[in-house]
Ligand binder design. Structure first.
Ligand code: HEC
Ligand code: HEC
Ligand code: HEC
Ligand code: HEC
Ligand code: HEC
Ligand code: HEC
Length: 275
């Protein structure tokens, strides 16, 4: 009994820590569970809170980086390949001195291309009402609509030339889309959803091959046999981008888009409701 008690005493803080993880965000804000459960409003979809090098004590707010105002003008390649931003929130090592020296955000936020590094609260804006959010509708007017994410069909916007994000900041190095669609059968379980079609074109029109190969996918048809929906939901494979910046996973049939082939009718018990 005594041992049990001391065991519990040991376990309790661990259990509590797991339930209420040390918040990387400022105190007095919502819990991370609240944030997780919410469907993000369109203007916040794809926004990244960056607070790797910021501790609350300095009185400095975490940085909120919104993808949508940037996607309009710059390809993923311009930032993620050329400027060295990593593809996961809070993994890029950035100092304010880097920004002032023209690296990372400072490459554009120099007071000419975009507002300057001296306007602290326009970047360090976590918890503040952001004027950009209110401007979203006006700024994205005319782009094809979608029901998910930012409520913009970014792939169509690019295809129709409604946006023309630059391939790189110096104007060199054009992106050439690779015209190759790969059908991925989703037949592991039965019944199964329609097969998935991965279009190289929509992806390579805005990102370099090495964004995906080999770090996310082996470049071989059927070369990623461990890929499944749970792993995608947890942020691997397609889930590196879909659900974070590209359209979210709720949009099942945009990926599971292949016409369902008629499965041979199964003999034996009917499982569905009788008509
Ligand atoms: C103007 C620069 C810029 C552009 C353009 C850009 N990104 Fe990002 N992206 C960032 C920054 C900055 C981060 C945060 C990195 C960090 O916190 O370490 C980020 C993070 C991400 C993440 C991780 C998000 C998360 O919640 O973990 C993904 C995925 C991503 N970007 C995908 C894309 C895709 C896809 C495109 C093109 C459609 C794109 N980005 C265009 C700058 C950019
Ligand atoms: C490739 C160029 C580029 C990079 C890199 C870049 N930005 Fe921007 N950013 C822009 C442009 C252009 C705008 C829109 C023009 C403006 O508002 O001045 C913009 C707009 C913004 C806005 C919305 C402005 C507002 O208040 O209306 C925020 C916030 C922002 N950037 C933060 C960041 C942060 C944080 C980083 C680095 C993590 C970053 N940006 C990196 C070019 C860039
Ligand atoms: C263009 C966007 C932008 C602007 C404007 C900006 N910052 Fe930052 N700042 C960042 C980003 C991005 C980081 C890195 C965040 C991270 O990964 O934790 C950062 C990190 C910091 C850090 C912690 C890292 C370090 O170098 O110690 C301090 C302190 C800081 N900023 C202060 C300021 C001050 C003060 C201002 C205004 C004079 C300012 N920032 C303006 C984007 C910006
Ligand atoms: C958004 C991620 C992504 C990008 C960017 C990307 N690929 Fe792929 N690629 C995939 C996926 C997913 C597969 C399918 C793998 C599988 O079937 O398991 C694939 C498969 C391939 C294959 C094997 C399929 C076949 O037809 O033999 C080749 C070759 C390939 N990619 C080349 C490229 C090249 C070249 C580029 C740049 C122009 C590129 N990829 C950019 C995700 C990507
Ligand atoms: C590196 C980031 C990234 C990865 C990984 C990724 N995608 Fe995408 N995908 C995008 C972006 C960005 C778009 C453009 C649309 C958007 O932003 O919502 C897109 C668009 C699409 C489209 C819509 C094409 C159209 O023309 O409407 C499909 C379908 C798609 N992706 C399927 C997949 C599948 C399936 C996987 C995994 C096998 C995958 N993607 C992996 C970033 C990614
Ligand atoms: C971004 C693209 C994408 C979206 C969106 C998506 N899936 Fe998937 N799904 C995949 C890929 C890729 C596989 C793996 C196919 C394979 O076996 O290689 C898969 C596999 C599956 C499987 C087969 C079992 C397994 O785990 O492999 C099921 C069931 C499934 N998805 C259900 C869903 C449902 C339900 C939704 C919507 C809530 C959804 N998917 C949205 C890409 C997507």
């Amino acid at each position: 009994m005594r041992r049990m008690k001391s065991f519990m005493a040991l376990l309790l803080p661990i259990a509590l820590a797991a339930l209420f993880p040390a918040r990387p965000i400022l105190a007095g804000q919502e819990s991370s569970i609240d944030i997780y459960r919410k469907i993000k409003p369109p203007e916040q979809y794809g926004s990244v809170v960056m607070n790797k090098g910021i501790s609350g004590e300095k009185g400095l707010r975490p940085v909120v980086f919104p993808h949508w105002p940037h996607r309009v003008g710059y390809s993923c390649k311009a930032c993620h390949t050329d400027l060295g931003f990593k593809l996961r929130a809070n993994t890029t090592e950035i100092k304010q001195s880097d920004i002032e020296a023209g690296r990372y955000c400072g490459r554009c936020h120099d007071g000419k291309t975009a507002f300057g590094a001296n306007e602290c609260e326009r970047c360090h804006s976590y918890g503040l009402p952001t004027p950009t959010d209110k401007k979203m509708e006006a700024l994205l007017k005319g782009l094809p609509k979608d029901d998910f994410g930012n409520r913009v069909d970014w792939a169509l916007a690019l295809k129709e030339g409604k946006i023309s994000p630059v391939a790189s900041l110096d104007g060199n190095g054009k992106l050439k889309a690779l015209d190759s669609d790969i059908v991925m059968p989703a037949t592991r379980y039965s019944p199964h959803p329609p097969d998935v079609m991965f279009p190289h074109g929509a992806h390579t029109a805005q990102m370099a091959c090495d964004t995906c190969h080999p770090s996310i996918f082996k470049d071989e048809k059927g070369g990623n046999p461990d890929m499944n929906m749970m792993k995608i939901i947890s942020g691997q494979y397609c889930g590196v981008c879909h659900g974070r910046v590209a359209f979210p996973l709720e949009d099942c049939f945009r990926c599971h888009s292949q016409p369902q082939k008629n499965e041979p009718a199964k003999k034996g018990k009917e499982t569905g409701p009788k008509k």
